[in-house]
Design a protein around this ligand. Structure first.
Ligand code: GAR
Length: 215
C-alpha cells in the first residue's frame, strides 16, 4: 500500500475519483492527506467527508514561491506520503520541489499532451480545429504540463459542441485514467527511461483508450 498526498486548488472532481478508487479493497494506494492552496474549496469538503486529513497552505501567506514550496514539501514529507497526485492544483511548483519528487509526482491535464499545455485547453483545441481531444496522466517535470506520459484517453470532437461541453466529456475521461495511472505507479509497474514510460505487465500494456464507455 502506497501512501499518497493529493494537492488541489478547487472543486476536486479528480480528487473524488481518486478517493473512490482508493476505497476499493484491492487498490494499492491510500490517500493520507489532501492539501489545498485555497481555503474554502469544495475539494476540501470531499476529503473531509471521506475522513481524510486536510491542510490549507495558502500561497498568499508566503512571500516567495520558494518559501511556499518549501513549506509544502515539509508538510507532505511529514505526513508520510511517498507519492503526490496533483488534482487540479493550479500553482506552478519550482524546479527544486519538482526534482525532489521526480517520478513520484503525477498530474492530470485536460489535453493530449504535448498539445495544449496550460489553460483553456478545450477552447484552444476547438480554435485549432483538431479532431480529437482528451486527457493525459503524466509524471511532473519542471516545465508546465510536461513529463513522461503514463496514460492518455482520446475522444473525437463533435463539430458543433462548445468548449464547456467538450471539457465536461474530457473530465469524465480524467476520472477514468487518473486512478488507472495511480494504480499502475503504486503497483510498481511503471518505469521511466529516456523520458518515456514503460509499463511492465502485459495486462496493462495498452492503457490508452479512445472513446471509452464509462461503466
Ligand atoms: C481538471 O480538468 C484538470 O485536468 C485540470 O484542472 C481541472 C480540475 O478539476 N488541471 C490542469 O489544467 C492542470 N494543468 P477538478 O478540481 O474537478 O479535478
Amino acid at each position: 500500500m502506497v501512501d499518497v498526498a493529493v494537492l488541489i486548488s478547487g472543486g476536486g472532481t479528480n480528487l473524488q475519483a481518486l478517493i473512490d478508487a482508493c476505497a476499493q479493497d484491492d487498490f494499492p494506494a491510500n490517500i493520507v492527506k489532501v492539501f489545498s492552496n485555497n481555503p474554502d474549496v469544495l475539494g476540501l469538503e470531499r476529503a473531509k467527508k471521506a475522513g481524510i486529513d486536510t491542510q490549507v497552505i495558502n500561497h498568499r501567506d508566503y512571500e516567495s514561491r520558494e518559501a511556499f514550496d518549501e513549506k509544502l514539501h515539509a508538510e507532505i514529507t511529514a505526513c508520510g506520503a511517498k507519492l503526490i497526485c496533483l488534482a487540479g492544483f493550479m500553482r506552478i511548483l519550482d524546479a527544486r520541489f519538482v526534482n525532489r519528487w521526480k517520478n513520484r509526482m503525477l498530474n492530470i491535464h485536460p489535453s493530449l499532451l504535448p498539445a495544449f499545455r496550460g489553460l483553456h485547453t478545450q477552447e484552444r483545441a476547438l480554435e485549432a480545429g483538431v479532431r480529437f481531444s482528451g486527457c493525459t496522466a503524466h509524471f511532473v517535470n519542471p516545465e508546465l504540463d510536461d513529463g513522461p506520459i503514463i496514460t492518455q484517453a482520446a475522444i473525437a470532437i463533435n463539430p458543433d459542441e462548445t468548449a464547456e461541453e467538450l471539457a465536461a466529456r474530457v473530465l469524465e475521461l480524467e476520472h477514468i485514467i487518473y486512478p488507472q495511472a495511480l494504480k499502475l505507479v503504486a503497483e510498481g509497474r511503471v518505469r521511466v527511461a529516456n523520458h518515456r514510460v514503460r509499463i511492465s505487465n502485459a495486462e496493462y500494456a495498452d492503457q490508452s483508450i479512445v472513446n471509452p464507455k464509462p461503466e
